[in-house]
Write a protein that binds this ligand. Structure first.
Ligand SMILES: *Cc1c(COP(=O)(O)O)cnc(C)c1O
Length: 364
């Protein structure tokens, strides 16, 4: 069988494990929300007119986009929705990044889908180092932007570190682009304690802000992401979408995401619960000698000084807790631990207190 050269050269993204027998593990490896979606979602699913599934969905997802637009007090033409924010990001890549303009710039340690899209689209990229405290250092971007670059992508807060930058820093970055290149701020975790940069779009039409229902809205299984940008940017991404798949969001997803996005009371409550759990858990493992980066996300990034990240990962897995270990040079001893329920984190804390692979490690 002849495989295309393009397909032979692909390096696919590797998501965190989804174990077949879910019940066997405490699953803290893919930043899913430990709580169920809003009761309004359950209600809507029960009442859903299943006969309607014979019909194609609205290709423009107008009702859902109108709900999102109202929340940001923007016209609906400034909202794009897609099949997970992964798809939204991929369309933005296609719409705005050209190899002849130079590399896309993103943080050295960041969401590992970005280099995958670059390879897919034949787009060069450059990883900008993190500061010594693992934060995103805007001054390094300003310096690098004196030469050619195709665009910039920064998650805020960054993943897998969980560390956020300020709106002031994002504004400084946007000013330096002089409106010439797209800047994507990927706000997948913004609801866990960071201010959104959506307010900057009016002054900086080259800013695209990407959100997802997967993390704070407990709907990773539904696959709904969205983007907020200027009309010009959204028009371009829509043209890309309509050249690839006119119906990325099915009828059910459009409906359920709409309902979830409107239920602030429920989601604010569980957001506060996750942030409270994050606070006590980070404090508790710091007391055990762990180094924990200051997280504004629904996960923490932590290492036990002197211990091997790989060894801790395997020992936790053997004891029934799945966390994420990337093993990239520079962060090889860190683990990314999703914040679960209090009970799950208590169980993990007990395990962490008597890990054999950290016992007796002489701290660096
Ligand atoms: C989880 C995540 C996404 C993808 O979200 P989906 O909407 O589930 O595709 C995008 N960016 C970052 C930084 C994420 O962590």
């Amino acid at each position: 069988m002849i495989i295309s050269r393009k397909a032979r050269e692909l390096t696919p993204y590797v998501p965190g494990e989804q174990p077949g027998q879910q019940g066997l593990y405490v699953k803290l490896n893919t930043n899913e929300n430990p709580y169920p979606p809003s009761p309004a979602v359950e209600d809507a699913l029960r009442r859903y007119r299943w006969e309607d599934l014979r019909l194609y969905p609205d290709p423009c997802s107008l009702a859902l986009r109108t709900t999102i637009a109202a929340r940001f007090e923007l016209p609906v033409e400034q909202i794009f929705v897609g099949n997970g924010s992964d798809e939204v990001l991929s369309f933005a890549w296609y719409g705005f990044f050209d190899p002849e303009n130079g590399p896309v710039l993103f943080p050295e340690h960041t969401y590992s889908f970005y280099p995958v899209y670059c390879d897919y689209y034949g787009q060069p990229y450059e990883r900008i180092p993190l500061a010594s405290d693992f934060s995103v250092d805007i001054s390094l971007y300003l310096e690098r932007m004196k030469e050619e670059y195709a665009g910039i992508v920064i998650p805020n807060p960054n993943a897998p570190t969980g560390i956020a930058i300020s709106l002031q820093e994002i504004e400084t970055l946007l000013q330096a682009t002089e409106g010439k290149r797209l800047v994507i701020i990927d706000e997948a975790y913004v609801d866990f304690g960071t201010e959104t940069s959506v307010g900057l779009i009016e002054r900086f039409p080259n800013l695209l802000v990407v959100h997802t229902c997967s993390k704070s809205r407990c709907l990773a299984g539904l696959r709904v992401g969205y983007a907020i940008g200027s009309k010009e940017v959204i028009q371009t991404i829509t043209a890309v979408k309509d050249s690839f798949n006119s119906y990325p969001l099915d009828r059910l997803s459009q409906k359920i995401a709409d309902i979830a996005i409107q239920d602030d009371v429920y989601y604010d409550k569980i957001r506060d619960m996750i942030m409270a759990t994050r606070r006590w858990f980070a404090e508790a493992i710091r007391k055990e000698g762990w180094e924990v980066l200051p997280s504004q996300a629904n996960f923490i990034f932590a290492r036990y000084p002197g211990a091997s990240g790989d060894a801790v990962y395997h020992e936790l897995k053997s004891k029934g807790v799945l966390v994420r270990h990337f093993g990239h040079p520079g962060i090889e001893d860190f683990l990314r631990i999703t914040i679960g329920t209090d009970r799950e984190m208590e169980r993990l804390l007990l395990l962490m207190k008597d890990l054999t692979c950290t016992a007796g490690v002489s701290k660096r």
